[in-house]
Design a protein around this ligand. Structure first.
Ligand code: GLA
Length: 362
């Protein structure tokens, strides 16, 4: 019997600016990068998945039961929620997963995997789902099955990104548009080596504080002004005040960044990126000593426009926007970082890539 195999490539994502705004109905400006999860599907008589990165194989059936293994839940959850949406069983596959995208480095390896699985099955089974729908099913699966209460940015970026473009998403409506990155300076990713998942509790606390802010002010973030936040500072309490101020200012920074990109004003883009980091550190309080150590040193480099942490925070990666190659300086910073924290950091240049798609070989 001939068993058919199909191979797909699903990217990771970066976020230029707009952090902790997606679950607050705000703006985000992510892009897919040329680091991928590769998925090979082979028809089978049962569901099985093997991940080369973790050297782990799991077999499972499609039901609403969570597995004890976290990784299995990403695969099973994606297929379970797809089944739930299309309201019919999916035929079994062996899914082989390998990756050039670091896991747990704040580059959305989980959204890359889940969107990749749903997209692949929808293509193989001709389910006729558009990319927005695929992102929404993956988002629901990550929230409900895996139990991570994330916003929509990662899944939208992985599903909808276009090569050499940023993706402006308005999370209040789900509308999006492409922002050309033509002429955009070099982008380097620095992986701090501090795994960010360890702090999912911190992410949920921030979400709750933001929800409290809108509840207490009786309106959505996009209607809330800085003056209103200032006038309510005492009632809100210091933490909720700081979180709300970050969200309102960060939304404006996204819009200002788009204007700066259109004017090819890279200096301005860099300033906004630096301000975003300051705010994530001081107002939203999701940075760490390790990340700040790296960001401060990188931002002091002459050929750097700006650097900041990306993603949920509490570790993960840093985006660096620079005029020219920063490898030599980053090597020195890497040594200083090892001396200070005993942690290895990694860095690599990235290019803006396209969303998930079928490939024949890799
Ligand atoms: C994580 C979440 C996203 C977003 C960012 C913070 O990456 O998955 O939805 O909330 O944090 O901007």
């Amino acid at each position: 019997m001939i068993t058919l195999t199909y191979t797909f490539r699903s990217p990771g994502r970066i976020n230029l600016i707009g952090e902790h705004t997606d679950y607050n109905g705000g703006y985000v400006l992510p892009a897919a990068i040329d680091r991928y999860t590769y998925l090979t599907f082979q028809e089978s008589d049962h569901f099985e998945s093997y991940t080369h990165d973790l050297n782990k194989s799991v077999t499972f059936s499609i039901d609403g039961q969570r597995e004890t293994d976290t990784w299995a839940n990403y695969v099973k959850g994606a297929i379970f929620h797809l089944t739930k949406y299309v309201k019919k069983p999916i035929k079994p596959f062996k899914i082989d997963v390998s990756s050039t995208l670091p896991i747990g480095a704040g580059l959305s390896s989980s959204a890359s995997l889940m969107v990749g699985i749903i997209y692949a099955i929808s293509k193989i089974e001709k389910l006729d789902l558009d990319r927005e729908r695929i992102a929404q099913i993956a988002h629901e699966a990550e929230n409900e099955f895996v139990g991570v209460n994330c916003g929509i940015m990662d899944q939208y970026a992985v599903a909808l990104a276009k090569k050499d473009n940023f993706l402006l998403i308005d999370a209040s409506s789900g509308l999006y548009e492409y922002v050309s990155a033509m002429g955009f300076p070099k982008i380097t990713i620095v992986d701090s080596g501090v795994k960010h998942e360890l702090a999912s509790g911190g992410y949920n606390t921030r979400r709750n504080e933001c929800a409290r802010a809108t509840e207490m002010m009786g309106m959505q973030f996009r209607e809330i002004t800085l003056d209103l936040i200032e006038s309510k500072r005492k009632t809100l309490g210091e933490n909720v005040y700081k979180r709300a101020k970050h969200v309102v200012e960060e939304n404006q920074r996204v819009l200002d960044t788009i204007a700066a990109i259109k004017n090819k004003d890279w200096q301005k883009v860099g300033e906004l990126v630096k301000k975003s980091h300051e705010s994530l550190k001081n107002l939203f309080e999701v940075s760490t000593d390790e990340i700040d150590f790296l960001v401060d040193r990188i931002n002091a480099l002459e050929n750097v426009y700006g650097a900041r942490m990306i993603g949920g925070g509490f570790g993960g990666s840093i985006i660096v926007i620079s005029k020219s190659d920063v490898s030599l300086q980053l090597k020195e910073i890497k040594d200083a970082y090892r001396r200070q924290f005993g942690i290895e950091m990694k860095f690599y240049p990235v290019k803006l890539s396209s969303g998930v798609r079928k490939i024949t070989q890799f």
